[in-house]
Design a binder for this molecule. Structure first.
Ligand code: NAD
Length: 356
């Protein structure tokens, strides 16, 4: 049952989408429109069953509400998932049907790229709905990865200051898991600051490039948890922090881009007990969402808000992360609890404004 689902969390709307002709099976979860219409990527994944897809979309959608609230954006949170193996090509009919389903929400939900969804897929969806954003041709003409990396870099700076008493990342040792669209540009910024970098990526070519271009030391993917470093930056997949991996970590801070890094409830508690400072994922990885949001605002007002406006907002992630760390210290909370608290406070203020 949806209402009784452990992750239902008062979603405003959960739409189950089925189109028999194209075979489309999808779920659109709109968590909250309190702070504005919603934005959230469309994920394409070979879920084991519809329960797994529902759990994923509900968790991701709530996360988008909190991410937008903490980034001070006039948007709410939502997400959609298409139950389809991304290794099999998606049919045009399926994408057009998904676009129609999004369009039927009348602007309550704007979609964007996520795992398994390519830019060309979004271009097809755009034939049946205008509520698609984040394509390179929209707004700034840049992709979100480097802007997400910029926010993560500033999150790392806040962590280094709070935990290590350092005002710069010079000589700080950062172990980076994943050197893709976010990890790559993050490593570039770290190298420019004179940080020491260790990287792991199953894509041996990418890892080798990080070594050649930025002097990073390369380790095997599983060995990254055993690297003694100042900061561990998970920039690959979600859920890599769990009781087993946290037990192996010998670092002062964890700060990276991956969504839903805490694989289980114990991971955050264990890091706290070990004295590891955790920078909440959705706070420091909001750069991409900030870019897409400003694209949407730009499209609405028929003008491009400019790269500087986006960067200025992304850089503020450093102060916001510092604010979370000090609130957590003051109240004896874990940083992820402090972030949730602040996000709920912002959403609560929005609700009061609604009621007024
Ligand atoms: P990406 O696919 O470009 O890069 C991920 C990299 O991680 C790949 O190079 C992959 O080979 C590597 N990888 C996979 N498993 C690994 C493992 N076990 N150990 C080490 N490396 C591994 O993805 P991305 O766009 O760089 O995003 C990285 C993470 O950040 C994802 O979790 C994503 O959801 C999150 N995120 C990305 C953005 C964005 O703007 N791209 C925004 C917010 C959050």
């Amino acid at each position: 049952m949806v209402f009784e689902h452990a992750h239902f969390d008062d979603h405003e709307r959960v739409v189950f989408v089925r189109d028999e002709d194209s075979g489309l099976k999808a779920i659109i979860a709109v968590h909250s429109t309190v702070l504005g219409p919603t934005i959230g990527g469309c994920r394409v994944r070979a879920y084991a069953d519809s329960d797994e897809a529902l759990t994923d979309v509900l968790k991701l959608s709530r996360g988008m509400t909190y991410k937008a609230a903490m980034a001070d954006l006039p948007f709410g949170g939502a997400k959609s998932v298409i139950l389809h193996d991304p290794r099999t090509p998606k049919s045009r009919a399926m994408l057009l049907a998904m676009g129609r389903a999004i369009n039927n929400l009348g602007g309550m939900y704007t979609t964007a790229e996520d795992m398994g969804m390519e830019e060309d897929d979004l271009r097809i969806m755009r034939r049946t709905t205008p509520y698609v954003a984040g394509l390179p041709e929209d707004g700034l003409g840049v992709s979100p990865g480097p802007l997400t990396a910029l926010g993560v870099y500033h999150g790392l700076r806040a962590a280094a200051r709070h935990k290590l008493g350092k005002n710069s990342l010079r000589d700080v040792h950062v172990s980076v898991q994943g050197a893709g669209h976010v990890g790559g540009p993050l490593i570039e910024s770290l190298a420019a600051d004179g940080a020491r970098i260790t990287v792991a990526d199953p894509d041996a070519g990418l890892a080798a490039r990080m070594k050649a271009d930025f002097g990073a030391e390369v380790v095997e993917p599983d060995a990254i948890y055993d690297v003694k470093a100042d900061i561990f930056a998970p920039c690959a997949i979600g859920g890599t922090l769990n009781a087993a991996t946290v037990a192996r970590l010998d670092v002062g801070c964890v700060a990276g881009s991956a969504n839903n890094q805490l694989g289980d409830d114990d991971a955050g508690r264990m890091m706290h007990e070990k004295g590891i400072l955790y920078a909440p994922d959705y706070v420091i990885n909001a750069g991409g969402l900030i870019k897409v949001s400003l694209d949407v605002m730009g499209m609405r007002h028929g003008r491009n808000l400019g790269e500087d406006a986006v960067k200025e907002k992304v850089v503020r992630i450093e102060d916001r992360t510092a604010e979370i760390f000090s609130l957590a210290s003051k109240r004896g909370m874990r940083p992820e609890e402090a972030a949730d608290h602040l996000a709920r406070e912002r959403i609560g203020k929005g609700k009061s404004a609604w009621a007024a």
